[in-house]
Design a protein around this ligand. Structure first.
Ligand code: BGC
Length: 741
């Protein structure tokens, strides 16, 4: 190297090392950006650097789209929520989107998005790995649109089969709900985004949702609704919890100190932040002191409560400074831990629409439940010559549920004019996946015809000429509005009855947001429950109809014979109450007594009252046959483990989901689902599987002791095909044991 260059190189090195030494001595202007210190330390440094106004700015968010005269906030991505960031400190804005069943999008401005099958289909799969893949898919789509907070993770226990939002939830069982919702959340957060779990808690109907009080004793809530959340939080580790609109034992969820401070933050050690539902905050001090960390959708509130009034409350000492710092700290630590602080998603890029549609199809294939299949009506014969498809828009696509979770895939069919929800006036929407076309692809040489079913005599005439009739029947459910009854709406019951009378080879395919009654059941040989089937519903339904996949879904909720079997046979008149968050403080307050069934939700209620349902929880047929045998129970590293053998005794490949239920010989509780296993087997093959039992499912919640307690005695485990079917039993004697709350 020539001398001059050497001198330059030396000088450069010296200069470089001098500035390195200087910067080593001078504290970084933004020490919280350092990745070599913990998320806690970084969040503390940030809080210490913030003014009170900056802190307050983080504690309330707006609707992120134009809404009732309010313009879209600057910087918002046109979605459910927006919280401004603080550029001075490098704090990114919160870009929040609904994401329970896919990337939700306002009808006026569709993003390109894939619609997953509804929550009940995911629940029916009994498959947490599948749920996780759905969550990851949604988050990856959201990320390229620039979102960083996913309002996902619906974990409300289904207490009433008519609840208008059941399609967003998983099941009537706390274990199944917690496991599946937790897996969805984990999937979302695997993409480096924040997920909520919602709507905390006992938010079990839409009628009067913003004024009703869910009245329930502590032990019952802990063993049912709260257990579902507890398990979902343990498994999914969401960074945020969204409170419900409702009151619980007379106190609004967003200012319910028992729920937030005591159960969530103290007993469960929840470290993330608690946001209200949109317009679900109703006070400043009471909410902040009860544990609420952020007011959401403040445009819906008369306030906003967590803006000026919160600042005034801090300055007046009514809310301690330490509490404000804790609220801010929880949000910032979550942002840092999730990765959105260091790597904020920015809009750009594309997603693999075909791969995402496959995720949706796979979930639907696993979520469809075969309810009836007399004389092996299904799978359909591929040599059929004349098939008639009947059903509202079954030539175009499949139905989806309405409300904030609504995904609008490109090309969706919007039916303006159907009765809107009371708060969400969005149209009924069909995902563009035509069952008719999917059936035609299966039968290229057959005549596959279509009628919509509005004209019953015409449908009946067409049915007479067909070898097989496929009727698609539907029940549209919608956030803010409960189903008026369990009956299929409009003319569908007489339509099915008339068509089945004309052609005994009639298969009914249900697209519903929950159970429906079936006065026509004995007249048809086969029934499939397809729920709301998502972006590739038509294809998935055809795959099951023609036997390309074994129907492996199992009911995540009981199908009653009628409303008179339910703990409350009528839902209070929807028209006399409000579901609109803006009217929460004006509406007439009323209570719902959930102590009637207490922790005995769904199938447990049916067991306790000795009522035979139409179809029990856990039920679902396969195209093959399975037996379970050799049940044994043992202790394995402190956990009770039930082992049994599953055999495919039929002649086709298939998937079974044997379920483990537990009872106590002292009748300490009604029979509970304690675990399950999804087993895929070739004909003639067997497998031994083990199911590890969560000790809380052997315990009661003892309010006086403030914790779970297992009472000494014998516990009987049965391996059943569903909540009421028979199966091998085994027992174990356990001693007294306390578990933490
Ligand atoms: C719903 C939430 C949703 C929020 C934002 C509310 O009406 O209850 O589930 O996340 O709106 O869209």
């Amino acid at each position: 190297m020539p001398l001059r260059s050497l001198i330059f190189a030396w000088t450069g090195l010296l200069l470089a090392s001098a500035s390195a030494a200087e910067s080593a001595q001078q504290p970084s202007p933004r020490p919280w950006t350092s990745r070599s210190i913990s998320a806690d330390q970084r969040a503390h440094l940030l809080v210490a650097a913030m003014t009170l106004d900056e802190k307050i700015a983080l504690l309330h968010t707006k609707i992120g789209t134009p809404f009732q005269g309010h313009p879209k906030p600057d910087g918002a991505l046109n979605s459910a929520g927006y919280g401004p960031g603080i550029a001075r400190l490098g704090i990114p804005p919160l870009e929040e989107t609904d994401a329970g069943l896919g990337l939700a999008n306002p009808v006026s401005q569709p993003f390109d998005a894939t619609a997953l099958p509804c929550g009940l289909a995911i629940g029916a799969s009994f498959d947490p790995a599948l749920a996780r893949s759905g969550g990851a898919m949604i988050a990856a789509e959201a990320k390229i649109h620039g979102f960083n907070v996913m309002l996902a993770g619906g974990a409300n226990l289904i207490r009433d089969p008519r609840n208008g939002r059941n399609f967003e939830y998983v099941s009537e069982d706390p274990l199944l709900t917690g496991v599946v919702a937790g897996a969805m959340i984990a999937g979302v957060q695997s993409q480096g985004l924040i997920s909520t779990v919602k709507h905390f808690a006992v938010n079990a109907q839409e009628t009067g949702r913003v004024v009703l009080s869910s009245d329930i004793g502590e032990a019952a809530a802990r063993e049912a609704d709260l257990l579902a959340f507890e398990i979902a939080i343990e498994r999914g580790a969401p960074f945020s919890v969204m409170t419900g609109y409702n009151r619980i034992n007379s106190e609004f969820a967003a200012q319910n100190a028992f729920l937030i401070n005591r159960v969530l933050k103290q007993d469960w050690h929840f470290k993330g932040w608690v946001m209200s539902d949109w317009g679900g905050t109703h006070s400043t001090e009471a909410s902040a002191l009860a544990g609420l960390d952020q007011e959401s959708g403040d445009d819906l509130d008369p306030g906003p409560y967590f803006a000026g009034p919160l600042k005034a409350a801090v300055e007046a000492g009514r809310v301690p400074q330490a509490r404000i710092d804790d609220m801010v700290f929880r949000i910032l630590r979550a942002e840092i831990q999730a990765g959105i602080f260091d790597h904020p998603p920015s809009p750009g890029g594309t997603f693999d629409a075909a791969a995402d549609a496959e995720v949706a199809e796979k979930i639907e294939r696993q979520g469809i439940v075969l309810l009836k299949n007399d004389r092996a009506m299904l799978p359909l014969d591929p040599t059929l010559k004349r098939v008639l498809v009947i059903g509202e828009h079954a030539d175009f696509g499949v139905l989806s549920g309405g409300g904030s979770s609504q995904v609008v895939p490109l090309g969706a069919l919007r039916m303006e004019g159907d009765p809107p929800g009371r708060f969400f006036g969005k149209p009924k929407l069909y995902d563009p996946s035509s069952p008719l076309e999917a059936v035609k692809r299966e039968l290229p040489d057959a005549t596959v015809s279509f009628v919509d079913g509005h004209d019953i005599p015409a449908a009946t005439r067409a049915a007479r000429d067909a070898d097989v009739v496929l009727i698609f029947a539907e029940q549209w459910m919608n956030e803010s509005r409960d189903a008026p009854s369990l009956a299929l709406p409009k003319n569908q019951e007489p339509l099915i009855a008339a068509v089945a009378a004309a052609n005994p080879k009639t298969v009914v395919i249900l697209e519903t947001g929950g159970p429906v009654t079936m006065p026509w059941l004995s007249a048809v040989p086969a029934v499939l429950e397809a729920w709301y089937p998502g972006s590739r519903g038509g294809e998935a339904i055809a795959a099951i109809l023609f036997g390309h996949a074994d129907p492996s879904g199992r009911l995540p909720l009981t199908f009653p014979r009628g409303e008179n079997q339910l703990p409350r046979s009528v839902i209070r008149d929807a028209d006399s109450t409000t579901a609109n968050p803006g009217e929460a403080l004006k509406g007439a307050m009323f209570g719902i007594d959930y102590n009637i069934e207490g922790a005995d939700v769904g199938y447990k209620w049916f067991a306790r009252t000795h009522q035979p349902p139409l179809f029990p929880f856990g039920f679902g047929l396969s195209y093959t046959h399975f037996t379970t045998s050799a049940a044994r129970v043992r202790r394995d590293r402190g956990r009770v483990t039930v082992q049994f053998r599953v055999t495919n005794t039929g002649s086709r490949d298939g998937i079974d989901t044997p379920q483990v239920y537990v009872e106590s010989t002292k009748n300490l509780f009604t029979r509970r689902l304690a675990g399950w296993s999804r087993v895929s087997l070739e004909p003639g093959k067997s497998r031994t599987v083990s199911v590890s039992i969560d000790p809380r499912l052997l315990a009661r919640f003892d309010v006086k002791r403030h914790g779970w307690h297992i009472t000494r005695g014998i516990y009987v485990f049965s391996v059943r095909p569903d909540a009421t079917g028979a199966g091998p039993e085994t027992g174990i004697r356990l001693g007294d044991r306390n578990l933490p709350p």
